[in-house]
Design a protein around this ligand. Structure first.
Ligand SMILES: O=P(O)(O)OC[C@H]1O[C@H](O)[C@H](O)[C@@H](O)[C@@H]1O
Length: 431
């Protein structure tokens, strides 16, 4: 990926970051890079994720999915980092395999998603790093039951990806299911380029090697200066803008296929950086659609946002048919691709003209190689930003708190967090 931070400069935008400030920040980037390199070399928790392009073995993943390689549909049961990486990849790329992600436990929605699937030719991909996440295990039990009710042997169609131990590992061992391991030291939101994200990609027939090669090429760019490394340029600029008041970061891909990527980014950015009263709030939007809803706020609302555009240089195109209506003749001379590009350029320019900071992330096209680079690049950007903020990028204690409270409420053990639920302050206004 390439990154253009020109519209984040103080000469263009407010908040903005001056060239001099970036030069000074670059000294901190050099120190942070040293820390990151050490973490990677020693396989430290979290930093180990940046070694995935060379650690992940595509053959091992393909061997595990071999029994279901011809599946017409794939149900992935997982949540957060155990679903969003896989969903980003399979939603971005074309495949004949239908994909369903069960990452919520809304009962009507779950039933609806399962309805009409050809279960005798559907694979199940269960993913949980901890192997204890209530939503994932509950949905897996529901899916199993649906298979049993349909007279389909789910044990023949299930692949499990989890840690070395835990309830999901036990269940997988008991039924002798093909299983893969979440690599050590890799938190869920940084695991897209491991079996966690790539089992679904393999079942859908995507090029795993190209995903990893794209990521490896991005890894090659990690150096001690933000001026030489697109990922660090992005992470450092987002951090610098946040420090100057841009506490929100709107991720706006100009490719429908990257809509899920914004969800993945939101988890990465929020869960990694949101701690110690610090962090930048990720917002999700989509070009061109949200030009007609959110752009008003981004251009004229509070000066508390940076907009990140993701664009592609090449994509499939489709011409716009000519029309006899004179006022619409300009459309007939163009294509949908040209319209998309013109809208992106106009939106970018409109923000810059209003002095609103924005950053452009450019991909060649949406394919496995570029996607691998984008996922890796944003992970590296996030790790760098975490170093600059001085937070523990790889933990998520606030999320664990609510997980414990939920388990306590359901009788899954003694958790003091559950007591807070009964202590809620009320000020009800009733109908
Ligand atoms: O993979 P699991 O252990 O099931 O965890 C799934 C998700 O659970 C929690 O909500 C964590 O905050 C996320 O980081 C994690 O990705």
């Amino acid at each position: 990926m390439d990154v253009d931070i020109g519209n984040a400069l103080a000469s263009v935008a407010s908040p903005g970051v001056s060239r001099d400030s970036l030069e000074r920040l670059d000294e901190q980037v050099a120190d942070a890079h040293e820390r990151i390199e050490t973490g990677m070399a020693e396989g430290e928790h979290g930093y180990a994720a940046l070694n995935l392009p060379e650690r992940t073995d595509p053959d091992e993943i393909r061997a595990a999915v071999e029994p279901v390689a011809d599946a017409e549909a794939l149900i992935t049961v997982g949540i957060g980092g155990s679903a969003l990486g896989a969903a980003t990849i399979t939603d971005a790329l074309d495949s004949d395999t239908e994909t369903v992600y069960l990452d919520n436990v809304d009962p009507a929605w779950v039933s609806n998603r399962l309805e009409g699937l050809p279960l005798e030719n559907t694979a199940i991909n269960v993913v949980s790093r901890s192997g204890t996440t209530a939503e994932t295990l509950a949905n897996f039990l529901v899916v199993r039951e649906a298979f049993e009710d349909a007279g389909v042997d789910w044990t023949e169609r299930t692949i499990v990806t989890t840690g070395d131990s835990g309830p999901l590992r036990d269940l997988s061992d008991r039924h002798d299911l093909p299983s893969l391991k979440v690599p050590d030291g890799v938190p869920g939101r940084f695991s897209a380029l491991s079996a966690v994200g790539m089992v679904a990609a393999a079942v859908c027939g995507h090029d795993l090697e190209a995903l990893l090669e794209g990521a490896a090429a991005e890894a090659e760019t990690l150096t001690g200066s933000l001026f030489d490394c697109p990922a660090y340029a992005y992470g450092a600029t987002a951090y610098a803008l946040d420090a100057r008041g841009a506490g929100m970061n709107a991720m706006v891909p100009y490719a429908e296929s990257l809509e899920t990527y914004s969800e993945w980014f939101a988890q990465l950015w929020a869960e990694s950086l949101g701690k110690d009263d610090l962090g930048q709030t990720p917002l999700r939007a989509l070009g061109v659609t949200d030009q007609h809803s959110q752009l008003q706020l981004y251009r004229a609302g509070p000066r508390d946002k940076v907009v990140t555009f993701v664009t592609t240089r090449e994509s499939e195109d489709r011409s716009i048919p000519a029309t006899e209506v004179e006022d619409l003749a300009y459309l007939g001379d163009a294509s949908l691709g040209e319209l998309l590009e013109a809208e992106f350029e106009a939106t970018e320019a409109s923000l810059a003209a209003a002095g609103r900071p924005n950053v452009r992330v450019e991909l060649e096209r949406v394919d496995e190689y570029e996607l691998g680079g984008l996922l890796y690049g944003m992970e590296a950007a996030c790790v760098l930003a975490g170093e600059l903020y001085g937070v523990n990028t790889f933990e998520q204690p606030a999320v664990e708190w609510a997980k414990n409270a939920t388990r306590g409420l359901l009788g899954g053990g003694e958790f003091e967090e559950a007591e807070a639920v009964a202590e809620k302050t009320e000020l009800r206004i009733e109908q």
